[in-house]
Write a protein that binds this ligand. Structure first.
Ligand SMILES: Cc1ncc(COP(=O)(O)O)c(C=O)c1O
Length: 385
C-alpha cells in the first residue's frame, strides 16, 4: 500500500474494531426488508449488463430519462469515472471543497489535473466569477452535507453555479449526495430544479448501514435546450457511459439499489434519522461536558476539538496529545477519525454512536492520560475521507 493512498475511517487492516466512531455509516441494525433483499440477490448469474430495469426504476424515482442514470460500484468509483470523463473532454482544472472528501483530489491528481481547494463558499463564488471570463473548462465538486463537517451549502452558491451553467460555462458541477439521506436538520439546499443541472452522485450504502455493498448511481445533468455547451456536456456524459466496466454493479448492489426507495426501507430510514439525532445530541453533550468543542453539523457526524488542542505549552503538544489518544484508543478497539488528513490536525471527526458505545468512549477518555511522546503514526497531510 502506498502512503499516498486516501485515508478512510472504518477497517484499517489492524485489530478488530469494537466501537467505531470513525466511519459515517449508519450504525443501526439493518431493516428486515433490506436483509431479505440482499439475501435474495441472485449470485449465480451476471446482472443485466444494461441494468435496464434498475435504471428505469431510479429514473422513475428521479423524474429523468433512464439514459441519464449511470449505475456505479459506489461513489468512490463514480468520482474516478466522472473525473476521467471530464479529463477526456479537455478539463484540466478541478475545484474541491476543503476540508472535503479526499477522493476528489486524489482522482484529479492521478490524472495530472490541477486541483484548487475552496475553503469557503465566498471563495468558490469568486472563482466562479473569475471563471466567467475564462474559456478553460472546470470540474467543480460539491458535497452536501459535506464530509467531514456536516455543513450544508447555501442556496446563493447553488444558484450562482446554476446561473453559470445556464450562461454556457464549460463547467461540470458534481454534487456528491452521499449524506443527503442522513440529513438530520434543515432543508436540502439543492432543490430539484437546480440539482438537475448538476451531476448527482448517490450512494445509499452509508445511510442504510451497508458500506460493504459497493453500489451507487449517478444522475447526469439536464441543461437548457440550445445551450452552446450542450454538445460538450453530452460528450462528458457519453464518456461516463463508455468508461463503465461491464457489470460494474454486483447482484447485491442491484438488490440494494432496488430496495433503497421501497416503503419499509424509507420508513426505517426516517426512524433512524430520529434516533441518530438523539444519539448525536447525547454524544455532543457528553464531549462538551469534558471540555471538547463540537462544531455544528447537519449530519450524525461532526468535528470535535479536544480541550488540549489550543494549549501549545510544554510537551506533549496538543497535536501529539490527539495522536496519542487516537493510537491508545485504537489499541482498545475504539476507532476515532483524527482529522490531520483533512487539513485539521488534532481535531476529530466523530460519528454518532449508540449510548453503549458512548459510555465506552467516556470511560476511555476518563482513564486516558497522555504519556511521553511515543512512536506516533505518520499521517498523510494531503488526502482523506
Ligand atoms: C463524501 C463521500 N463520497 C463518497 C464516498 C464513497 O462512497 P461509496 O462507498 O459509495 O464508494 C464516501 C465514503 O466515505 C464519502 O464520504
Amino acid at each position: 500500500m502506498s502512503d499516498r493512498m486516501v485515508q478512510h475511517g472504518g477497517p484499517d487492516g489492524g485489530a478488530a474494531i469494537h466501537w467505531d466512531f470513525s466511519t459515517n455509516a449508519n450504525p443501526l441494525p439493518l431493516p428486515d426488508a433490506l436483509v431479505q433483499a440482499l439475501n435474495a440477490a441472485d449470485r449465480r448469474r451476471y446482472p443485466d449488463p444494461g441494468y435496464a430495469a434498475l435504471r428505469e426504476q431510479l429514473a422513475g424515482r428521479w423524474g429523468c430519462r433512464a439514459g441519464d442514470v449511470h449505475v456505479t460500484a459506489g461513489s468512490a468509483e463514480a468520482i474516478r469515472r466522472l473525473t476521467l470523463a471530464a479529463r477526456l473532454q479537455g478539463v484540466h482544472q478541478v475545484w474541491v471543497p476543503e476540508p472535503g472528501y479526499g477522493d476528489y483530489r486524489a482522482a484529479a491528481e492521478a490524472l495530472g489535473m490541477t486541483v484548487r481547494g475552496w475553503r469557503t463558499e465566498a471563495e468558490l463564488r469568486a472563482a466562479l466569477e473569475r471563471h466567467g471570463s475564462l474559456t478553460e473548462p472546470v470540474l467543480c465538486w460539491l458535497c452536501d452535507p459535506n464530509n467531514p463537517t456536516g455543513d450544508s451549502l447555501s442556496t446563493d452558491t447553488v444558484q450562482a453555479l446554476v446561473a453559470a451553467l445556464d450562461a454556457g460555462a464549460r463547467l461540470t458541477v458534481a454534487l456528491d449526495r452521499a449524506y443527503s439521506p442522513l440529513r438530520l436538520r434543515g432543508e436540502d439546499p439543492v432543490v430539484s430544479r437546480c440539482a438537475v443541472r448538476f451531476w448527482q452522485l448517490w450512494s445509499p450504502n452509508k445511510a442504510l448501514g451497508v458500506t460493504g455493498v459497493r453500489a451507487g448511481a449517478m444522475q447526469a445533468p439536464s441543461l437548457p435546450a440550445g445551450l452552446v455547451t450542450a454538445s460538450w456536456h453530452a460528450e462528458v456524459a457519453r464518456s461516463v457511459g463508455l468508461l463503465a466496466p461491464s457489470w460494474v454493479l454486483s447482484a447485491e448492489g442491484v438488490a440494494l439499489l432496488q430496495a433503497w426507495h421501497t416503503e419499509p426501507v424509507q420508513n426505517w430510514l426516517a426512524d433512524a434519522r430520529l434516533t441518530l439525532a438523539e444519539w448525536a445530541a447525547m454524544q455532543r453533550a457528553m464531549l462538551t461536558a469534558r471540555g471538547w468543542h463540537c462544531a455544528p453539523s447537519d449530519t450524525p457526524f461532526f468535528m470535535a476539538t479536544p480541550p488540549w488542542l489550543h494549549h501549545r505549552g510544554p510537551e506533549p503538544t496538543g497535536l501529539d496529545r490527539s495522536l496519542q489518544l487516537d493510537v491508545r484508543l485504537r489499541a482498545r478497539g475504539i476507532r476515532l477519525r483524527e482529522a490531520t488528513s483533512f487539513g485539521l490536525p488534532g481535531v476529530f471527526r466523530l460519528s454518532a454512536q449508540a449510548p453503549v458505545a458512548q459510555r465506552v468512549l467516556l470511560d476511555a477518555l476518563g482513564h486516558w492520560r497522555p504519556g511521553p511522546q511515543e512512536g506516533l503514526p505518520h499521517h498523510d497531510q494531503e488526502r482523506s475521507t
